[in-house]
Design a protein around this ligand. Structure first.
Ligand code: MN
Length: 749
């Protein structure tokens, strides 16, 4: 019996059987209608065969919502066709995607009925699904597998994204802990992947849906405020569009123009990043002009539109983005500019053709449709090639893998030129050193600096799009440990690690020789057994570590005297283990997941060892979860902690649900940041509210003021979130205060 079957709840087909059957058929026919334009002879029969096979196999299963299970594969297939633009074969795979994992159907059955191509894709999808609840390393291994299948056939990942999107759309039916885990995994892995595949709409929806579960309150608040301000926004958009529309019409363009508000997730990101309120960002939106252009006139006409737009509104020259001449490597093409609109508001205008728009929305699949753009296909090939290289490069540490992958392949990109004019695409944040390694590892290892646009810069210099970079090398140069902090690309990191290891190995040779002599004196050989004993005795991780530590005299082998010899073998000295503290056992009864409603600071709290996370400093009242650590017991994090997504996605099995009990005795240190107009007595007013009116203890206070504004950071002791919220409210009401935000910086203590 496979694990997941029980989760999906086997329920006997019972109520409204007839109605349900009709509904299933209705949905299936809707799918056929959408797919019809893509049918070639015989296709319809194969799709029908796949549908009946899946429907029969899932017959007794239900979704958590109680619906027949087959609704899910049908919806996934629909997303593939409608929202990603995939075709007949992908539809068949989508219909069958859960059969091998959850039902009696085997991959051999699929091969026999549908052939190798489809079986391979379904097999890829099945393998990805087994990622659920594995340990970190296994999960990373599985992620590697996802990527290998991706480079094999990108349809696997596209269908997987459709599957994830439908699961996110129906996440309400899952248990809260599951929701958190799935939502974190989605923002952590799937949304960036969708972005990388050029599926902007799906990426945005995945992010919004994740936020709905990870940041419930904020999500609701922003959604509500967006709805409230819709009318005002529409009025502004219409006013902005009018003059442009008139000019485009009289110039004879065939076009569409509309305004698009930002997604909830991106508004929230902006609020956090810039420390501003909803009111300061809600009216940020993009105006999109979509042209119906002949292929050979695309570029010319986009620039014409640009000139019309900037005739009406003044552009900010530094905000012009030309992805017409240099498309992003996920295929995105467009012209972006930011102009000064009515009432002195900055407005972003995106200009693209219908073809470019389809690529922007449907990504990779649309590329297949427009085969002519070979340069873009080359980019994809290059990208897949780099992934393959990274996965196969030896010594890639599994635990770092996901992190490296994300920074190397999923981040936004910049492009820089070699002196000869060759383009190098690099992730944002790449340094001169990354650039050097992207040319060749020999160039990277000898790099001592660079000339960027003819100016001399250090190897740590962060590059920007359009930079021309000339690497300067020296034969005396060699990589050092701190170089690892100067690069972001996986390639550079791996090459530096390799070089460091090589050097360590060379030095280690001396240590090995020293060890050999000492062991010979004791009359035992340098056998794997003996070296292992020493490695574990000194608490090291490898033979090389031991040799190296001996060579650099970190270990002097004096302790060898305490060993005894038994034939050919070294025996470590026996040490009495004394421990009065019970060792924390994460599997202990107290953390039984079944009754995972843990109470912190309640009657049962004395049984559980816990600490409050240093990264987010939770206080009672915050939404929190517990992370079972080895040694430190339960660590309490806020669900919106910057580290939460990573923890939940990678180590979900260690997450337990936790809740606060009322407690008024203990107070907790937290921080608030106040921004306002600098005027005399402002500090007095603030401290009056805090310690005078509300009787809250201030632990530290620092004020910086510049150009008439002040920025105050306070560390205060509060009992719970309610008290903190009251304080923030009171402070916001003071004259001249522009913003009050909680901060959870690591520098709190
Ligand atoms: Mn599924």
């Amino acid at each position: 019996m496979k694990q997941t079957t029980t989760e999906k709840e086997l329920v006997r087909y019972s109520l409204n059987e007839e109605q349900e059957k009709r509904e299933i058929l209705r949905r299936y026919r809707a799918l056929l209608r959408t797919l019809r334009p893509k049918f070639k002879k015989g296709d319809k029969e194969i799709v029908r065969h796949a549908f009946y096979m899946a429907a029969e196999a899932h017959k007794t299963m239900r979704r958590k919502s109680g619906e027949p299970y087959i609704f899910h594969p049908i919806s996934v297939a629909m997303i593939c066709v409608e929202e990603i633009g995939l075709g007949v074969r992908s539809t068949i795979c989508a219909l069958l995607h859960d059969t091998v994992e959850d039902t009696d159907i085997s991959i051999e059955d699929i091969t026999r009925e549908f052939g190798n191509e489809i079986a391979r894709i379904v097999d890829g999808l099945t393998k990805i699904s087994t990622v659920v609840d594995a340990s970190t390393t296994q999960q990373t291994e599985n992620f590697k597998k996802i990527l290998l299948t991706l480079t094999d056939d990108p349809r696997v990942i596209l269908i997987k994204l459709a599957d994830r999107l439908h699961n996110m759309r129906t996440l309400d039916w899952m248990k809260p802990e599951k929701q958190l885990k799935i939502a974190s995994e989605t923002v952590w892995v799937y949304a960036p992947l969708a972005h990388r595949m050029g599926l902007y709409n799906i990426k945005t929806e995945l992010e919004d849906l994740s936020m709905k579960y990870l940041e419930k309150e904020k999500y609701k608040e922003i959604a509500r405020k967006l709805a409230e301000t819709r009318r005002e926004r529409t009025r502004f958009i219409n006013e902005f569009i009018k003059p442009i529309k008139d000019k485009l019409l009289s110039a004879g363009f065939n076009f569409e123009i509309y305004g698009r508000p930002k997604s909830i997730h991106s508004i929230w990101n902006k609020m956090k990043k810039k420390g501003v309120t909803f009111e300061e960002v809600y009216d940020l939106f993009a105006i999109r002009v979509i042209l119906d252009s002949e292929p050979e006139k695309e570029k010319e006409e986009c620039w014409k539109v640009y000139s019309i737009v900037t005739d009406s509104y003044a552009p900010a020259p530094e905000r012009l983005r030309d992805w017409l001449s240099n498309p992003k490597s996920n295929g995105y093409e467009a012209l972006h500019t930011t102009v000064m609109g009515p009432k002195g508001k900055w407005v972003e205008v995106q200009i693209r053709t219908k073809r470019m728009n389809e690529i922007a929305e449907k990504g990779l699949a649309a590329h297949w449709k427009y085969k002519e753009g070979t340069s873009t296909e080359d980019r994809f090939d290059k990208w897949f090639g780099q992934i393959r290289e990274m996965i196969s490069s030896q010594g890639t540490d599994s635990i770092d893998f996901l992190e490296d992958f994300k920074t190397s392949f999923l981040a936004e990109e910049i492009y820089a030129y070699t002196p000869k004019g060759d383009i190098k695409m690099l992730p944002k944040g790449s340094t001169a050193l990354d650039f050097a390694f992207s040319i060749h590892s020999a160039v990277g290892q000898k790099c001592i600096g660079a000339k960027v646009n003819h100016k001399l810069v250090p190897i740590s210099h962060i590059l920007r799009s359009g930079d021309q970079v000339e690497i300067i090398t020296s034969n005396k140069q060699k990589p050092s440990e701190d170089w690892l902090n100067l690069v972001v690309t996986a390639k550079a990191k791996n090459r530096i690690k390799d070089a460091l290891k090589e050097e360590k190995r060379a030095i280690g040779e001396d240590g090995k020789y020293t060890l050999k002599r000492k062991l010979e004196n004791l009359g035992v050989p340098v056998s794997t057994y003996n070296v292992d004993e020493l490695v574990s005795f000194y608490g090291l991780t490898s033979h090389l570590d031991l040799y190296y530590s001996i060579a650099i005299k970190k270990i002097d082998l004096k302790e060898l005297k305490t060993f005894s010899v038994n034939g050919d073998r070294l025996e470590p000295p026996k040490i009495e283990v004394k421990s009065d503290k019970p060792v924390y056992n994460p599997d202990a009864k107290t953390l039984n997941k079944k009754d995972s409603e843990l109470i912190i600071f309640g009657e049962s709290s004395d049984k559980i060892m816990y600490t409050l996370a240093n990264c987010c400093h939770p206080i009672p009242g915050d939404d929190v979860f517990g992370f079972v650590s080895v040694g430190k017991g339960l660590i309490i994090h806020r669900t919106n902690c910057p580290n939460a997504a990573q923890l939940m996605a990678n180590q979900g099995h260690r997450i337990v649900k936790t809740k606060w009990a009322k407690n008024k005795e203990i107070s907790f240190l937290t921080g608030i940041e106040i921004i306002g107009v600098d005027d005399v007595g402002v500090i007095n007013k603030i401290t009056n509210v805090i310690s005078g009116e509300l009787k809250i203890n201030i632990s530290a206070l620092s004020i910086e003021s510049r150009e008439g504004l002040f920025n105050g950071r306070l560390k205060i002791f509060v009992h719970d979130k309610e008290e903190l919220d009251t304080l923030v409210d009171h402070l916001k009401k003071l004259d001249g205060i522009q913003g009050v935000e909680r901060f959870d910086a690591e520098d709190l203590q």
